[in-house]
Design a protein around this ligand. Structure first.
Ligand code: AMP
Length: 393
């Protein structure tokens, strides 16, 4: 069985084609600058990489070229080999608590939910439509970033604001990165052969979120109504006092959308360091004695530790602390700083085991109160697995 996992953006389309017999990626790649000049695509397969500039006026053309190339490059013999396509969807609002096969109604819902992910949901639909056109007989699924968080109870998902905001406009916490946190929950339960675990999952990438998981279900998560909330990130502020927004609007003569854009795109690591959103640049800056980089890193660690401590209390302890995504998987320094600040709860790293990048491995010391793992996330595989399960149902 071969399943394609798709992440369609407004001007891009990322794909991974899996052989589900061994869950290996047969080919992956990216179509970029769709609908803009200098569009191009990259396909990686069999240890090779093909990069070509080509006119990509819309998603349908991108999908046609992708399918044509898969056959032409001998990655598959014919399109009949593609048994299913799974699409990543940013927001399922409170309508979807699990992945589902695509129908006209599902597509309508994704469009209707665009208020909750204005940049993403409409773009995902472009991807879905292009594949429905090109492969009309192939079953397709949608996998929502928000679905895993639908098990939160109202105390977790409600904001202490007028209740009518929730009733009338569905203002509540939805969370994000749910597919990643679900992968972490499933993989660690499988590894430890236990499904009664209290897990704190730390997805620390350019975007970042922390999720409290009990018995495989999300209890609370750090992102909120949108991904702007929670821990500090590459360019997002994370939690701030909302009164800052009108204050800055007045001081800088900006409108609300402009200030929100600053909080999404000019804050976090980039905002404090005034240098970069990339944690590698921040680490290099610290090594060169840059004080603002050090401050940025310290603030990031503080916000992560605050959420871990909060979820430790919420869960009544923690069996496993997991680090994933770009920073979580690769930065031994950040992991060490975080765990050091959790020493009062009994968390302790094995410094030698922690000296690794991107590998699924236990990094806690034998006398640590909780197990600590690096666990590389795989949202694409999760999408492919869900699609396969739905097809086989
Ligand atoms: P992601 O959004 O998961 O791709 O993660 C991106 C973040 O991971 C960026 O801040 C990168 O600097 C960081 N990252 C990736 N590789 C490394 C590394 N080797 N050391 C430190 N940070 C890394």
């Amino acid at each position: 069985m071969k399943i394609m996992s798709i992440n369609a953006g407004s001007s891009s389309l990322k794909f991974s084609l899996f052989n589900m017999d061994n869950e290996e990626v047969i080919a992956s790649g990216l179509f970029e600058r769709i609908g803009i000049e200098q569009s191009c695509y990259t396909i990686k397969y069999n240890g090779e990489k093909l990069k070509q500039e080509v006119d990509l006026p819309d998603h349908s053309v991108a999908v046609s070229i992708l399918l044509e190339k898969l056959v032409e490059l001998g990655i598959i013999q014919s399109l009949d080999e593609i048994n299913g396509v799974g699409h990543r969807i940013v927001s399922g609002g409170d309508r979807y608590s699990e992945s589902i096969l695509v129908t006209d109604k599902v597509v309508e819902d994704i469009i209707e939910l665009k208020d909750y992910a204005p940049l993403h949901n409409p773009a995902h639909v472009l991807g879905i439509n292009a594949f429905r056109e090109a492969l009309p007989e192939v079953p397709m699924s949608v996998v929502f970033d928000t679905a895993f968080h639908q098990t939160m109870d109202p105390v977790s998902y409600l904001y202490p604001v007028p209740y009518s905001w929730y009733e009338d406009h569905k203002v509540r916490k939805y969370g994000a990165h749910g597919t990643s946190h679900r992968y972490i929950a499933l993989t660690i339960a499988d590894e430890l052969k236990r499904d009664d675990l209290k897990v704190i999952s730390c997805h620390l990438g350019n975007g970042g979120s922390i999720t409290a998981i009990k018995d495989g279900k999300c209890v609370d998560t750090s992102m909120g109504f949108t991904p702007l909330a929670g821990i500090m990130m590459g360019t997002r502020s994370g939690d701030i006092d909302p009164s800052i927004i009108p204050f800055v609007m007045e001081k800088e003569g900006k409108n609300a959308a402009e200030v929100i854009s600053d909080l999404n795109k000019k804050s976090g690591f980039l905002g404090i360091s005034q240098l970069s959103s990339d944690s590698r640049d921040i680490e290099n800056g610290i090594a060169e004695g840059n004080e603002k980089c050090k401050l940025a890193q310290d603030k990031f660690v503080r916000t992560v530790v605050d959420y871990i401590a909060r979820y430790y209390v919420l869960l009544g302890g923690c069996d496993v602390l997991c680090f994933t995504a770009g920073i979580g998987e690769n930065s031994k320094g950040v992991r060490a700083q975080i765990v050091e600040k959790l020493a009062c709860l009994g968390f302790k790293l094995d410094a030698q085991a922690n000296d690794v990048r991107g590998e699924f491995r236990k990094i806690s010391a034998d006398d640590s109160s909780s197990l600590i793992y690096i666990l590389p996330t795989d949202e694409e595989l999760m999408i492919a697995r869900d699609t396969l399960n739905l097809i086989n149902r």
